[in-house]
Design a protein around this ligand. Structure first.
Ligand code: NI
Length: 162
């Protein structure tokens, strides 16, 4: 296992639309383990494969709740309810925090590393993390959705243009 380098800011890898994973190979499982290891080393809540330069639909999340570490393949949001604004950050944008409106409750369907279909209904931090990480798979970054920058080392606070 290895800790991967997390791509940041303008890295074009972050804008790629990731491809569906058709077969769960040992390499896919190893990559999920490495994503988890990289996420924990960076003290993040979630990490998506494009953030380490791999355009595959793989995410890991640990919202420190009863679900523990989630390693998900081809995750999809199949149900959404309500709206909620909260501060958010991203391992690809160190030091940047902004308010983002997300769906309050989401149901995610995905394949786990054993090939089983799983459905997880989430609210709070986990719901937010699902939406944030699945966005990464489509090349969408949280800074695209920020309505108000709260803390930003790299840009002027409150600037509307990114
Ligand atoms: Ni992120």
């Amino acid at each position: 296992m290895a800790i991967r380098v997390i791509r940041t800011k303008e890295d074009p890898a972050l804008r790629e639309v990731a491809l569906e994973v058709k077969k769960i190979t040992p390499q896919v499982r190893k990559l999920l383990d490495e994503l988890a290891e990289t996420m924990y080393a960076a003290e993040g809540v979630g990490l998506a494969a494009p953030q380490v330069g791999i355009a595959k639909r793989l995410i890991v999340i640990d919202a420190q709740d009863q679900n523990g570490l989630l390693k998900l393949i081809n995750p999809l949001i199949i149900e959404r309810k309500g709206k909620e604004k909260a501060p958010e950050g991203c391992l690809s944008f160190p030091g940047v925090v902004g308010e983002v409106e997300r769906d309050e409750i989401v149901t995610v369907q995905a394949t786990d590393p054993d090939g089983h279909t799983v459905q997880i209904c989430a609210s709070g931090l986990l719901a937010r993390a699902f939406q944030h990480e699945i966005d990464h798979l489509d090349g969408i970054l949280f800074v695209d959705r920020v309505t108000c920058f709260i803390s930003d080392e790299n840009r002027e606070v409150g600037r509307e243009e990114a």
